[in-house]
Write a protein that binds this ligand. Structure first.
Ligand code: HEC
Ligand code: HEC
Length: 355
């Protein structure tokens, strides 16, 4: 369990950075749309971003480093922008570098993205705001804020350093202005080294192998929270706890909660059974991924997502209406599991104060 210890000491070491005053975003960002990503293929070569030690000194490098620190210790924003006990890197693993764990380098090159549904273009900062609102059960930092610039700078640096190395482009990653950083890399006016431009077009760059959580096949039997409980006891409970609440030592979580008041809320992508199944199959149990069968991954995903969690922030008092409007997918919001209360009718608060 050395990784747990080091994760914990890293968290402790990072606590204590100061936080500026609260800015309230005017409206909720878009709902977390399901990514459409390709299934995994066997012979894939993934982008390999440069190591942290290669980040240059100076103001630009400082932004990149700040983004990294916010990403791995998002708890420094607890009570301000974060309303649960998670860190971004709990799901986007290896500090956002791990292929098939929705890596930041692939994400950066996929925005701005056009959304047909609301005829709106989502920038990279919009997408990050979505994860603050739902995955982090918080209140997203405002457009253009220091935090969103830093997280974008870190993502950009991972993507660009990986691309430069892949196509043998020497030198430092070119610096970008804050306004440019926030947009993302999928645009005609995004500066790319000639060797990268010659190798891949903008649509290929937006679909780098390893993006998102690759879809796994549907299970043979309809997924079942009951069978999932057995999978949970055998493969997850040792780390995530008897009741899914993870493990905190001296108030710092080294093992993240999977449901309940300190986990992601009912609007988060991870509450969809398919998204969680894809994540779990590829990335859990921690440290030895791809141990479960498809069926086990779907069943345990159903199990953890049949438990209550913080309310969907779009809730306006009517669970059924919200379920119809936003939950037309594989999830349990608005349903009663095994005769329990309708999920969503007694959910935990959104963006609560830390006790
Ligand atoms: C060896 C300990 C360990 C085991 C066993 C384990 N996990 Fe995890 N899990 C972790 C750690 C650590 C993280 C955070 C990853 C990080 O920060 O890099 C995590 C993250 C997660 C997350 C995303 C964060 C969250 O809180 O929602 C989910 C979902 C998850 N695990 C589900 C499972 C499931 C389901 C199983 C069983 C099939 C399982 N885990 C087994 C240690 C473990
Ligand atoms: C509970 C797990 C979880 C946590 C914690 C989390 N995310 Fe996410 N994130 C997701 C899921 C799930 C998706 C979308 C995948 C899907 O819907 O298919 C996603 C998508 C993204 C994307 C877009 C990826 C792409 O390729 O389009 C970015 C960028 C992102 N998250 C950044 C963040 C940041 C920054 C944080 C912390 C402030 C964070 N996430 C915290 C689960 C999480």
């Amino acid at each position: 369990m050395n990784h747990v210890k080091s994760l914990r000491s890293a968290l402790i070491a990072l606590v204590g950075l100061c936080v500026p005053s609260l800015v309230i975003a005017a409206e909720l960002p878009d709902k977390q749309a399901e990514l459409q990503v390709k299934p995994k293929s066997e012979d894939t070569v993934y982008l390999n971003p440069r190591e942290m030690s290669a980040i240059p000194q100076g103001a630009f490098g400082d932004k990149v480093r700040q983004g990294y620190q916010l990403f791995v210790n998002t708890q420094q924003l607890r009570g301000k922008y974060v309303g649960n006990e998670l860190n971004c890197s709990n799901c986007h693993m290896d500090a956002g570098r791990k292929p098939n764990a929705s890596p930041l380098w692939a994400a950066y090159m996929a925005y701005p993205a056009y959304r047909k549904k609301n005829d709106k273009v989502n920038s990279f900062q919009d997408r990050i705001q979505g994860c603050f609102t739902y995955s982090m059960n918080g209140q997203a930092p405002a457009n253009g804020s220091e935090e969103l610039v830093a997280l974008s700078a870190y993502s950009y640096w991972l993507a660009m350093s990986g691309l430069m190395d892949q196509y043998q482009v020497a030198g430092e990653v070119p610096e970008l202005s804050d306004a440019e950083l926030l947009k993302g890399g999928k645009r005609e006016d995004f500066a790319l080294p000639a060797a990268v431009k010659a190798a891949m077009n903008i649509d290929e760059l937006a679909k780098l192998p390893g993006r998102g959580f690759p879809p796994i096949d549907k299970p043979e039997l309809a997924y079942s929270p009951e069978r999932g409980a057995t999978v949970y006891q055998a493969h997850c409970q040792a780390c995530h706890g008897d009741d899914g609440q993870g493990l905190a030592i001296a108030g710092v979580y080294s093992l993240p909660p999977l449901w309940g008041p300190q986990s992601f809320n009912w609007g988060a992508g991870m509450h969809r059974v398919n998204t969680a199944a894809n994540f779990i199959y590829e990335n859990m149990p921690f440290g030895k991924s791809i141990q479960l069968t498809n069926q086990q991954a779907w069943d345990v995903a159903a199990y953890i997502n049949s438990k209550d969690r913080p309310q969907d922030p779009r809730f306006k008092g009517d669970v059924e209406a919200l379920q119809k409007q936003y939950h037309n997918h594989q999830g349990y919001y608005g349903q009663s599991v095994n005769g329990g209360a309708v999920l969503g009718s007694q959910s935990y608060p959104v963006n609560p104060d830390k006790k």
